[in-house]
Design a protein around this ligand. Structure first.
Ligand SMILES: C/C(=C\COP(=O)(O)O)CCC[C@H](C)CCC[C@H](C)CCCC(C)C
Ligand SMILES: Nc1ccn([C@@H]2O[C@H](COP(=O)(O)OP(=O)(O)O)[C@@H](O)[C@H]2O)c(=O)n1
Length: 308
């Protein structure tokens, strides 16, 4: 289905919508001057009587205006969120440079806020089927930024300081890069119709992010099978990941994108949060980054319990 299919949020495409969209995707935007040529190419059985031609012309022109409006809305939303991403990173870079917050905390706050604010921005994109691709441009541009700086092809000191542990450019090619790749995956594959992407980002950004912050500060009692992780960090991840997931699901449900039976949803999200927390607590010995294992575990568990 081309960009021309205008889908209302929260309203699954109907047969009429699809057939209308399919007609438009084959015939849309024939400029008025081309209409006589346009009708000459139509098979006889669908040739439109003059009276019907005016109706169809109106439908085609209004649909083209709709498609154009959706593209403009998505382009504007993309520009706004790209600007927000730059502003977020540079804000925390300034706070770190002025020693208002320490670098480790700054990085974790960027970790928590980037993905959750990106997720929260999804409703400003249009209802068209192409909107998710516009939204994915934001993490894609940041992916390029991370690769260019990680390979030292460019040097954005603010970015490197804000998202690396030790200020080494090559660090950008691991955790941060996996992080934005997960954002792209969730935007394109799950988007606003499925709870899976929402929960996975809530666990990767909110859950895993808070585990580090709480674990470093209050993590004196270590987990028996992994002395690098603590009960404080894991319990914080479970609770905060659960709460942020429910919050995000409620946000998208109130806006009409998803409909959930909430008692069942609470149980399901608790299970997803438990599995993701358990996976995060395992000794990974640096082989598998948390920004891969946590969202992956969340996606698989969410798909199993929600089914879509
Ligand atoms: C610090 C980050 C990942 C490191 O993870 P870890 O090693 O601590 O586990 C996050 C990297 C963020 C990235 C550079 C910027 C992503 C921006 C996002 C796509 C869009 C945000 C838009 C919003 C409106 C601020
Ligand atoms: N479940 C957890 C997770 C992290 N942490 C603490 O947070 C630090 C960083 O955790 P991490 O290596 O998972 O950090 P990232 O890979 O998420 O950046 C750990 O070295 C622990 O001090 C914890 O105590 N318990």
């Amino acid at each position: 289905m081309g960009y021309g299919a205008i889908m209302s949020p929260g309203v699954p495409a109907t047969g009429t919508t699809l057939s209308h969209a399919r007609f438009l995707s084959h015939h849309v935007a024939a400029p008025a001057s081309a209409l006589p040529l346009f009708t000459a190419t139509l098979p006889k059985h669908v040739l439109i009587k003059p009276s019907g031609l005016r109706r169809t012309r109106g439908a085609v022109l209004s649909a083209a205006a709709g498609v154009g409006g959706a593209v403009l809305q998505d382009a504007a939303a993309t520009a706004l969120v790209v600007g927000g991403a730059y502003a977020l990173v540079s804000t925390f870079d300034n706070l770190t440079r002025r020693n208002i917050i320490e670098q480790t905390l700054s990085r974790k706050l960027v970790h928590i806020l980037s993905g959750l604010l990106f997720l929260a921005s999804w409703p400003i994109f249009s209802a068209s089927t192409g909107a998710r691709y516009f939204a994915s441009v934001v993490p894609s541009l940041n992916c390029l930024r991370l690769v260019m700086n990680g390979l030292s092809l460019t040097t954005d000191e603010g970015l490197i300081k804000s998202v690396s542990r030790e200020g080494k450019p090559e660090e950008l090619l691991r955790g941060p890069l996996y992080y934005v790749l997960v954002l792209i995956l969730c935007a394109i594959v799950f988007w606003r119709e499925s709870p899976v992407g929402m929960i996975s980002l809530a666990m990767m950004c909110g859950g895993d992010g808070i585990a580090d912050i709480m674990g470093r500060r209050f993590g004196s009692v270590k987990i028996p099978y992994n002395p690098q992780k603590s009960w404080a960090g894991s319990i914080s991840m479970f609770l905060f990941g659960f709460l942020v997931s429910i919050g995000m699901l409620y946000y998208f449900a109130v806006l009409g994108y998803i409909q959930l039976e909430w008692m069942q949803t609470l149980e399901r999200v608790a299970l997803v949060s438990f599995v993701a927390t358990l996976i995060e607590s395992l000794p990974t010995t640096g082989i598998v980054d948390d920004n891969i294992s946590v969202p992956l575990a969340s996606m698989v568990t969410s798909l199993l319990v929600f089914g879509y």
